[in-house]
Design a protein around this ligand. Sequence first.
Ligand code: FAD
Ligand code: MG
Ligand code: MG
Length: 273
Amino acid sequence: LVTTDTPLPFRELCARIHDRIAAFLDAKDVSDRVKSVQAQTRLSLDIIDRALAQYSLPELSLAYNGGKDCLVLLILYLCALHKRGLTNTSNPSSNIETAVQCVYIQDAHPFSEVEEFVTQCIKTYSLALLEYAKPMKAAFADYLRDTPSVKAILVGTRRTDPHGEYLKHFDPTDSGWPKFVRVHPVIDWHYVEIWTFIRHLNIPYCTLYDRGYTSLGGTTDTQPNPALARQPSSSQTTQLGAVNGAVNGTPKPIFRPAYELEDDYEERLGRDR
Ligand code: FAD
Ligand code: MG
Ligand code: MG
């Protein structure tokens, strides 16, 4: 989808993403899992389209931290922009430079892999991304001050996240938070559906996920998911032990990739709480 070193022009990128998603939605004779992802995709595109009907582009932003959920959200957003004809340079109401406003709040101890992935995404997807390094509430207060046109922010929270249980598709922020509307287009996607979408559409993702991380925080509170640990077989021990820097003949467990996890509620087992 997006593998070349020279990024596609924004309009072409969105058109290509749109066509891939349209083909995905048209696919018949697919597994039940893919069918459920097709249904989720339609629903999410509908929510994003409602947001685009209600808000102009300068009023909309996307909370982007390089994680898998907001990656799916971003791809769907680009698809929805194409559908509404909002990626065309000749359209005076859409400025290519600011087509995708994003806000990224850097963790106090960020993974370099996450930082690199976000930087790559800025290039690939032409993101107008502002970055803040402070607690979330303060960061959003600064963001609204710096970008006063923003009225609504798309967020990749899902139902099984902390605080996700009672969210609707559109929610004003809670009291005590800077005032804007949160839009939650992927709120009811399951963990496996996120990965099915990413892998089916061949979307590049942060490399940490291939090393058993399933939920990304900072380096001090995030480990690979223990549910994905596997002991190498004895014939592999020497080789893999060496690769993983094992000492005293005890190989470190290696981890299966994030997309092999199934259970929504096991997603955060690698996170300190
Ligand atoms: P994740 O899966 O990591 O995050 C879920 C989604 O949140 C991501 O897909 C992404 O879209 C966004 N996000 C998370 N971390 C970042 C980051 N560092 N930079 C940019 N985007 C990020 N909590 C309240 O109690 N009341 C509120 O009114 C409220 N408003 C919020 C508004 C926004 C725009 C955001 C991003 C968060 C808000 N939160 C609010 C906090 C929210 O409930 C989560 O605690 C927070 O998103 C962290 O999510 P997570 O790490 O649990 O899950
Ligand atoms: Mg998440
Ligand atoms: Mg998080």
